[in-house]
Design a protein around this ligand. Structure first.
Ligand code: MN
Length: 295
């Protein structure tokens, strides 16, 4: 039986920016606590047609923004106002509730927008916002690695997480090959952001990976061989399988349909999420909550 599972990302658009959504996809909801993954861009927007996402809420998760090209401005209900530049990470812990806006400051944009599900013990934590201007850089056999979260090869990212997690960006400018030591109790997801890569497992199984695809690996691997014949970039995400049932709807992560309906009603009534100041535009209202199935 094949160990590598392949999924096709869903193509869409957020705030005027083309996105490729690798999580959740039909058949794969999470990789560790990673429960949402959009690759936005790369795109050059027409001047004056920037990405604008008005104030909207989140609960039960952390938003993790990894900027690859360009700059965006983040504002939230805690009063944070932070420019996110290439090579930097914004981590916003929604906990019991926060709201924020995002707008582009440059025409050229590329970023990864990820969500991390919070475990039961911290999902109602008070909201907070953290910015990381510098992350550990690793040299991995022709690939330049940026350790976004977790640890690898003796390095540790300053980005905290409530569950064991790995996030790593790997980029090469020419042909490259690297062997990555990985954790047997983690599951992994690989998403190509640029170029074409080949993944090989210890049993000899190989799979190619292109933008718009997610490769999933169940726990049990200790070594991954990555190869590219030309310039490429990918995101490697990992963590122990998330043990709690999750219900994602709109911008909320909860555990039951009732909870989701309450989050949506509270946000639309202006209760409990605070207010974003300084954004020139309307807040986004939650759509009518459809019939949701308990996870
Ligand atoms: Mn958001």
């Amino acid at each position: 039986m094949a160990l590598i599972e392949r999924f096709t990302a869903k193509q869409g658009e957020v705030g005027g920016l083309p996105i490729s959504r690798a999580l959740p996809v039909v058949g794969r909801r999470t990789v560790g606590a990673w429960c949402f993954m959009d690759h936005a861009g790369p795109a050059t927007l027409a001047p004056g047609r920037g990405m604008r996402v008005g104030p909207h809420p989140h609960t039960g998760l952390q938003t993790f923004s990894w900027m690859i090209e360009g700059e965006i401005l983040h504002r939230d209900s805690l009063g944070s106002e932070q420019v996110l530049r290439a090579g930097q990470v914004n981590l916003m812990t929604a906990g019991r509730g926060i709201c924020h806006s995002e707008e582009s400051l440059t025409d050229r944009l590329q970023l990864a927008q990820l969500w991390i599900a919070l475990p039961e013990h911290s999902r109602f934590t008070p909201p907070r916002f953290e910015h990381f201007a510098e992350l550990p850089q690793l040299s991995l056999g022709g690939f330049a690695g940026t350790l976004l979260v977790g640890s690898h090869d003796g390095a540790r990212s300053p980005v905290p997480s409530d569950t064991e997690l790995l996030g790593m960006d790997l980029a090469c400018v020419a042909a490259a090959v690297t062997e990555l030591q990985v954790q047997a109790h983690f599951e992994y997801g690989l998403m190509a952001l640029e170029g074409e890569l080949t993944l090989q497992l210890d049993n000899g199984e190989t799979a190619s990976l292109q933008p718009g695809e997610l490769l999933y690996l169940a726990p049990g691997q200790t070594r991954l061989l990555l190869r590219s014949a030309a310039a490429a970039r990918l995101l490697l995400l990992g963590g122990p399988p998330f043990p709690e049932p999750l219900l994602l709807w709109w911008n909320f992560v909860g555990r039951s349909p009732d909870e989701i309906r309450r989050f949506a009603a509270d946000w639309n009534a202006g209760l409990g999420f605070g207010e974003v100041r300084g954004y020139d535009g309307a807040r986004l209202l939650a759509p009518d909550v459809p019939a949701l199935r308990a996870p």
